[in-house]
Design a protein around this ligand. Structure first.
Ligand code: IPE
Ligand code: IPE
Ligand code: MG
Length: 245
């Protein structure tokens, strides 16, 4: 059976992990690793643009990451501000649409304002949809969708028997995008850590020991090649899904 080598994912999700360990190996503070991760974000965007991938979802800050030491949180918040001030213009020029997903209300006003400005400024772009998950958790996404559905039922606009997977899908943060075809997690851990729980149901998972700041073009190409050799069955048999020719 031949793998479909021209198969390119429409949507890639990435858990950008390993910044702290990257810094520790260099005897530097963890924030040094977070700052170094910016280059890998640029590489990921360039990779998606080069392959005409429609959407890239980056896990930048989880709802659980608030429990880290105050010093690290504050370094991360300062980094968000700097990144928003310095990277948005270039992404705008590249035709990238930026979206922040997660509970944005928890962020201080200077960050919220910059996020909303970046989203407005790039909203018409179509080269790549870049979703940056901040204060995001897959369970939070499911809870906020459940609230929306409960409201619709409570005010008589939705019959409970009409609730199905499609109806729910439309209420999640990334409702209008296809589910990720490929999830990359860097940094060696083999877990989902509360990222897009609903959307990852049939996503191909790719784990690499490479720490996030070390991710480069070659490392992303390796992940893509690995993906292209997978057989996605979605519950069917291999014979059913294999294209002969
Ligand atoms: C990922 O790197 C970035 C965030 C979670 C904000 P880590 O900071 O988790 O790095 P490690 O896993 O401790 O090396
Ligand atoms: C997941 O990494 C979250 C992000 C990359 C933003 P963590 O480092 O927070 O995950 P755990 O704690 O190892 O599961
Ligand atoms: Mg980590």
């Amino acid at each position: 059976m031949q793998p479909d080598v021209v198969n390119v994912p429409q949507h890639i999700a990435i858990i950008m992990d390993g910044n702290g360990r990257w810094a520790k190996r260099r005897h530097r503070p963890r924030a040094f690793g977070h700052r170094a991760g910016r280059k890998a974000v640029r590489e990921a965007v360039a990779f998606c643009l080069r392959h005409s991938i429609q959407a890239l979802s980056l896990f930048a800050f989880s709802s659980e990451n608030w429990h880290r030491p105050e010093e690290e949180i504050s370094a991360l918040m300062n980094l968000f501000i700097r990144v928003l001030d310095r990277e948005v213009a270039e992404l705008d020029q590249q035709g990238v649409r930026i979206r922040f997903i997660g509970d944005l209300d928890a962020f201080a006003r200077p960050i919220r304002t910059r996020m909303h400005t970046a989203m407005r400024r790039t909203q018409a772009h179509q080269q790549l949809c870049l979703n940056i998950a901040v204060n995001y958790g897959g369970r939070w996404d499911i809870v906020q969708a459940a609230r929306k559905v409960a409201k619709l039922v409570a005010c008589g606009q939705l019959d409970p028997t009409a609730i199905d997977a499609d109806r729910l899908t439309g209420l999640f943060c990334l409702a209008n995008l296809p589910d990720p075809d490929l999830l990359i997690r860097t940094g060696g851990e083999r877990r989902i850590s509360n990222f897009m729980l609903w959307q990852l149901a049939y996503t191909e998972l790719y784990f690499t020991d490479t720490l996030w700041p070390d991710m480069n073009e070659q490392a992303f190409e390796e992940a893509l090649t690995d993906f292209q050799h997978r057989v996605r069955r979605f519950g069917k048999t291999t014979a059913q899904v294999t294209v002969r020719g």
